[in-house]
Write a protein that binds this ligand. Structure first.
Ligand code: ACM
Ligand code: ZN
Length: 768
């Protein structure tokens, strides 16, 4: 019967060879689309025929019931038997080979959904909903809309079985309701894993019944300066910050995720990143050479000691965790263990001797293997960050490759499964645009197009090896993400690009992806998603026009068919502002913001601040070349009239030196009157970036003999960001100035990068 039906349908269904992408806009892109003729229209007489005794199938279909009801006011009738007319038939069939695959056929009178499992039906429904007008995502009934979809035949299945997003709820606590919203949104893009980073030095978020201090003490910290949390005890203020999820909440969350075919993988960090635990239970810390626990909080102690009580604690915790989270995969962290205390601790020394371990790397391997054995006994598998390779991989562990792809490749060569999350493609805590007004992020630049360009299968792997790659995941670490609104900004739309990478992994042109993303963003609007509007990686280049001698600002990277507008007061441009038609001459100090619009949606923007002053564009010289990593603006960037970003130092304006002084000279080419001389530096000790220890200003009439005017020192290192050092020169006359900024020196003990030379960042000089 089924074969006959398929046969009849296939002759009735005559594909038209027009570009599917022009008509059907589904994200992630289905593997195969054939567009037919005509439409299927939903109405109150539409019947949904399926085995409604199958609960999981009912769950898979519920978004269709719910959305048609809420937005269209259409109540689908569920029926077990097939009637004539306007019907949707859903059946499970082994004809579909992929567990999550589906077929969706839309004919004028019938929609046919075929899948192997309910998850496939859920994904067919997600595609179907994207065929409906965007108002289907609305939360109230919308009148005067034809709820119809084009006839189409879609055959689809994911390229990878693991399609994930990691959210760090430890560095900043994220509200429970936000986790549900995230699950909703990820499921719409056919993602199937939410990895929750539940514990870290800055906070413990999992309610343990057995160890209540973890949430009484470990879930709260004092000190969230400027919402940045590099460290548990970084520059404290007095506000208590934190939160945790109860076991009841997490159970509910798991069930909620399950109803959207998303697995929540819990992560309990070990052996490092554990200061929040050591604050709660200090006996789990290593001993110092006198046999006392290391004083807490200490800057370096963030590992558990390898004593037996640590393993008792962790196995008890994991038992509670596994009771709440049915996920087959349990994440046990494993990253960034410095292991310094292990080298000094007599208990760890004894452990190494007893277990014949030659190094602290082998001690970490022993630690992870011992935990893995316990987790395996409970019929679960561990996954860990790629450091778990060091000292020997635990026998059954899955590796999450984050320091590039090499860890993943090495694990595969040892026949282990891998999830790819390389920083440069998958780290959502990186900046996504060069726009100077971006919120502070970790660093790096991972644009939407960069994420989209990712292929989780490294070229050097053969087909058999490639099968060990389960998929890929985007990671949002939240040191610089203080709330859920900003988390949305960092996740979307980059996670949508990753959804397409992991589901389709069939490279469409980026412009094709964008053509489907743009209407999809309007769907996200219905959910009030604070997605980022940086779709094109546009850049603003500045140069001096050779005829007019004027500074010009040119915007590059916007496709031709977008309208571009600009403002000069820092506001976000709208279509009522001035139209950008070519390079803009800059004659005054101004904040220039240029934005590209798609219909009314801002799809990219870039901002730069110009400071036009007596130093701007004058011949200048640097005694020492800046670092090749931070010289994008060229040696003149420190007096080109364009300010570096206030929140980041890796843009194309900031110049930097490592372990060297800055010495710059400007030739005014005439006698100039100097009232105020200012110069900007960047301070971010957590990233090894320090203000100078001293800044000195010199003047000269001949460019050879310089006289010191003033030196300044004792700067405030407690605040991250730009600091402008200014000299009141009160009308002094000079033909040249020289500024020497002495680099900070070696980074002091107890700070990130201790013992190595500090970086010195400079941009820009301004003279009134
Ligand atoms: C990591 O980013 N530390 C896994
Ligand atoms: Zn120890």
């Amino acid at each position: 019967m089924k074969t006959n039906l398929t046969f009849i349908l296939s002759i009735l269904f005559i594909p038209i060879l027009i570009s599917a992408q022009n008509e059907i806009k589904i994200i992630p892109n289905p593997q195969q689309i054939e567009v037919g003729e005509g439409f299927f229209t939903f109405s109150n007489t539409t019947e949904l025929i399926y085995n409604y005794k199958n609960k999981e199938l009912t769950t898979a279909l519920s978004p269709l019931f719910l959305k048609l009801n809420t937005s269209a006011g259409i109540k689908l009738k569920a029926s077990k038997y097939k009637n004539k007319g306007n019907i949707i038939t859903v059946s499970l069939s082994d004809k579909i080979t992929n567990d999550e695959g589906y077929e969706l056929k839309v004919n004028p009178n019938e929609i046919i959904i075929l899948a192997k499992k309910p998850s496939g039906v859920f994904y067919a429904v997600q595609s179907l909903l994207q065929l409906l007008p965007i108002e289907i995502e609305c939360c109230t009934i919308i009148k005067n809309i034809d709820w119809k979809i084009p006839c189409v035949s879609i055959t689809d299945a994911p390229a990878f079985g693991y399609r994930g997003i990691m959210l760090d709820v430890a560095r900043h606590y994220m509200p429970y309701e936000f986790l549900k919203k995230l699950i909703d949104l990820l499921s719409m893009q056919k993602m199937n894993v939410l990895h929750l980073h539940l514990t870290d030095s800055q906070g413990w978020r999992f309610e343990s019944k057995k160890y209540p201090k973890l949430t009484q003490i470990g879930a709260f910290r004092k000190g969230t300066p400027l919402n940045l949390t590099y460290d548990y005890n970084s520059r404290p203020n007095d506000t208590l910050y934190g939160g945790f999820y109860t076991q009841k909440q997490l159970k509910e969350l798991v069930a909620y995720a399950n109803s959207k075919f998303i697995t929540i993988i819990p992560e309990i960090e070990m052996p490092a990143h554990s200061k929040s635990v050591l604050a709660s239970y200090p006996n789990l810390a290593c001993l110092d050479s006198s046999g006392k626990p290391f004083a807490y909080p200490s800057n370096i102690q963030d590992e558990y000691c390898t004593k037996d009580s640590t393993f008792i604690f962790l196995t008890n915790i994991l038992t509670e965790v596994m009771d709440i989270f049915p996920s087959k995969i349990i994440h046990i962290g494993g990253d960034e263990a410095g292991k310094e205390n292990w080298k000094k601790c007599p208990v760890c020394a004894k452990r190494m001797k007893d277990e014949h371990l030659a190094s602290v790397d082998e001690l970490q391997s022993y630690f992870i293997k011992r935990i893995e054995k316990f987790v395996n006994e409970k019929n679960r598998t561990v996954i860990g960050w790629d450091e778990i390779l060091e000292g020997g991989l635990a026998p059954n562990a899955i590796v999450m490759s984050w320091r590039g792809e090499q860890g993943g490749i090495d694990a595969i060569k040892q026949n282990h499964k891998v999830v790819m999350t390389p920083g440069s493609y998958c780290y959502l805590d990186h900046y996504q645009s060069e726009d100077a007004s971006e919120p502070t992020a970790w660093g790096g630049l991972t644009t939407l197009s960069k994420v989209y360009s990712y292929n989780p299968i490294p070229a050097e792997l053969n087909t058999k090896q490639a099968k060990l790659i389960l998929g890929a995941q985007g990671n949002l670490w939240t040191e610089f993400v203080p709330n859920s609104k900003q988390a949305e900004y960092m996740i979307f739309p980059r996670s949508i690009a990753l959804a397409e990478v992991t589901w389709s992994n069939k490279k469409q042109e980026y412009s094709d992806f964008i053509s489907r993303l743009l209407p999809y963003l309007k769907r996200l609007d219905q959910f009030n998603v604070n997605y980022s509007r940086h779709l094109f990686d546009i850049k603003m280049k500045t140069y001096v026009d050779s005829t007019s001698n004027q500074i010009m600002a040119k915007v590059i990277g916007i496709p031709d068919n977008y309208l571009v507008f600009y403002t000069t007061n820092g506001s976000v441009p709208t279509k009522n502002d001035r139209k950008y038609i070519g390079p803009i001459p800059i004659s005054n100090s101004t904040i220039l913001t240029v934005g590209a619009l798609y219909q009314d949606i801002m799809v990219d923007k870039i901002q730069k601040t110009f400071s036009i002053n007596k130093a701007t564009g004058k011949p200048s010289e640097l005694k020492t070349e800046p670092s090749k990593y931070y010289n994008k603006g060229g040696n003149q960037a420190w007096n080109n009239g364009v300010l570096g970003s206030n929140s980041r130092f890796n843009d194309d304006e900031w110049l930097a030196w490592s372990g060297q002084d800055f010495e710059g000279t400007i030739d005014f080419q005439k006698t100039e009157i100097l009232n105020v001389v200012k110069i900007r530096f960047f301070n971010k000790p957590s990233s090894w970036v320090y203000l100078p220890s001293k800044v000195s200003l010199f003047v000269s009439d001949d460019g050879i003999h310089f006289k010191e005017i003033e030196s300044k020192s004792n700067f405030d290192f407690s605040l991250d960001g730009v600091q402008e050092i200014s000299f009141q020169t009160k009308g002094i006359k000079a033909n040249y100035i020289k500024i020497i900024a002495t680099f900070y020196g070696d980074i002091p003990k107890g700070n990130p990068g201790e013992g190595t030379p500090a970086w010195l960042f400079v941009d820009e000089v301004s003279i009134e």
